[in-house]
Design a protein around this ligand. Structure first.
Ligand code: ARG
Length: 586
């Protein structure tokens, strides 16, 4: 938004004799654009002025104070003061601001510390399933949003690389290993032997004792056990890295649960010293009755540490290292209670930064039947789910890319300016990937996702392909425009953009920074996803009804092209903030 809003606030504040802040807090955008561009509801001013809100609105609107030159009208409607901008001046200012921004903005996050975002966090030796996909795609989008706002962002991957299951894995490895299979597909092989352990332990319970023994050896730094664990970890990381590379994600920190384990004794000591630790059924807990929460279990009866204590230690480590302004955990909703307990324990320990920690929960992705975030009960006819019933993110991506490719081949068939095989292959990778990313981001994160190929690949639907396609269409118009095009439009040309649909587009474009603020405040990229769809719909209506290249008047033609260019710039920037790359053609 150009500073029209600021100048309007100034005017209203002076006219009403109130503080700017007061006006800014009340000012809104009328739901019906016919009413105006900004509106001041006067209800809450009634007590202060001891007059009816309608009368206050009328008086402000009638003020003799000189208008800024972009005001078209200012009217009282009931208890509202409606301000209408000169549409040409507004469009010109919006487009100029976008052109000058170059896709950047003045930093608005000037908080002292970095924004730490923990996301993805898959488990070593286990498949990277579609639930981790949710965390990964949501987390990356939040990271990009915060960077855009000017924050220093730290991407943390809290690998699940510790716990008693590693004892079992070592035992299974020693008995049933297959080196070649491990080379070929490490995760599949590690899953196979892990499942085998579970089958065999039914008949031979001593395996469990052995596994406990091996885990203790690992905790005590036994060279052989550590080397094996290290190998499993490296192999898993290699396989996870493939996905991160594909999605263009780079983490700043890979400290897994194992990293924090050595810090736990100090945490336990601190809790004990503060008198917070209690014995309960052989274990050590922190009572959280005052918060109506069940006790947090921090130490098991056999003295081994657990998930929650690792999280308490991790939060303290992160704070001491980084003094974050926010510490976000992008983790599924089933872990809500866990995080409330962890944060409550931190608070009781006197960590006055505990309220900077926040759980960003998300829903479950459901396929035709069953629920596969937890990796259970999925029955998918469309593609195979090896390794039990877990749907792996990589399979979902591959299958979506393949389907995208068939659609694109069909669309391109018979065109004389068609794309080459290679171009189709490259574009379908990007479009297919984008379709999956958008599927995760388009609805409120706490909602479950009902998976459907038809929906996510509908080029006319609420999908990434639709947004990308709109973007390529604009690019093609701009290319065809030739020399006297968007870049040649000067402010006088831009003031010719006065039609209702042009005003609608300018108004939408002006919201961009507010939308980004909402995403950051709510940790909700869906707000941006929805806005992008709205912008694309509005643009496509405009495009269908308005001659652009065929505009006779040269100044107006340049201005319309510049408007198209501004829409494409915001589409590209917005998609980028969702983690989605645009394509040239599709
Ligand atoms: N590895 C866990 C999982 O796959 C998620 C870790 C969540 N983060 C945390 N700090 N506890 O479910």
């Amino acid at each position: 938004m150009p500073d029209f809003r600021e100048q309007t606030i100034d005017w209203l504040a002076t006219a009403a004799g109130l503080e700017r802040g007061h006006i800014a807090a009340l000012l809104e955008q009328p739901p019906d654009p016919a009413l105006g561009d900004l509106a001041l509801p006067c209800f809450r001013l009634a007590a202060r002025f001891r007059r009816a809100p309608q009368q206050i609105a009328a008086e402000i609107a009638a003020s003799e104070l000189q208008w800024p030159d972009f005001f078209l009208s200012i009217e009282a409607t009931g208890a509202y003061v409606n301000v209408r901008f000169d549409p040409g001046a507004f469009a010109a200012a919006v487009i100029t601001a976008i052109r000058e921004s170059g896709g950047r903005r003045e930093p608005v996050d000037t908080e002292a510390g970095p924004v730490l975002i923990e996301f993805s966090s898959p488990n070593i030796a286990k498949p990277f399933h579609v639930g981790h996909g949710f965390s990964t795609i949501l987390g990356e989008s939040l990271a990009r949003i915060h960077s855009y706002r000017g924050a220093r962002v730290l991407r943390f991957n809290h690998l699940g690389d510790y716990g008693t299951q590693f004892g079992r894995l070592i035992v299974a490895w020693e008995r049933w290993r297959d080196d070649r299979a491990l080379e070929e597909d490490p995760i599949a092989e590690l899953t196979r032997i892990y499942v085998r352990f579970h089958d065999e332990v039914e008949n031979d319970p001593t395996l469990d004792d052995e596994a406990r023994e091996r885990f203790r050896a690992l905790e005590n730094g036994d060279a052989e056990a550590v080397a094996l664990w290290q190998r499993f970890r490296n192999l898993s990381l290699e396989s996870f890295s493939r996905i991160y590379r594909r999605l263009g994600i780079a983490f700043d920190n890979w400290n897994g649960e194992s990293f924090y384990s050595p810090f736990i004794p100090a945490v336990i000591e601190r809790l004990r010293a503060a008198g917070l630790l209690e014995h309960s059924e052989g274990a050590e807990v922190v009572r959280l009755d005052d918060l109506d929460l069940p006790p947090a279990l921090l130490l098991k009866s056999d003295g081994t540490t657990i998930y929650a204590s690792r999280d308490v230690a991790a939060a303290i480590w992160r704070w001491e290292q980084h003094h974050f302004s926010r510490n976000l955990y992008v983790v599924g909703i089933p872990q809500t209670l866990h995080f409330r307990q962890v944060f409550a324990v931190l608070d009781k320990m006197g960590c006055d930064w505990a309220d900077r920690c926040q759980h960003v929960g998300f829903g479950t992705i459901r396929f035709q039947t069953g629920d596969v975030n937890s990796g259970e009960g999925a029955q998918i006819s469309n593609f195979s789910t090896r390794a039990g019933n877990i749907v792996k993110l990589e399979d979902l991506l591959n299958e979506t890319v393949a389907k995208t490719r068939s659609i694109m081949e069909l669309n391109q068939a018979g065109r004389d300016d068609g794309m080459t095989e290679e171009e189709i292959a490259a574009a379908s990778e990007l479009v297919g990937r984008a379709a999956v990313q958008f599927l995760y981001l388009k609805n409120g994160r706490e909602r479950d996702i009902l998976f459907s190929w038809e929906e996510m690949l509908d080029f006319e639907g609420d999908t990434a392909p639709y947004l990308l396609y709109t973007n390529t269409r604009i690019a093609s118009i701009l290319r065809r425009a030739g020399g006297d095009g968007a870049d040649a439009a000067d402010p006088a040309d831009l003031r010719l953009l006065v039609s209702e649909s042009e005003r609608e587009l300018a108004t939408l474009l002006a919201c961009f920074d507010d939308i980004v603020e909402q995403v950051a405040r709510l940790s909700e990229p869906s707000v941006l996803a929805r806005w992008l769809l709205q912008l694309a719909r509005s643009y496509n209506r405009y495009y269908a009804a308005t001659p652009i290249l065929a505009t006779a008047e040269p100044g107006l033609r340049r201005a319309r092209l510049a408007l198209c260019q501004a829409v494409a710039a915001r589409l590209g920037l917005g998609l980028g903030l969702l983690g989605i790359e645009t394509v040239e053609r599709m």
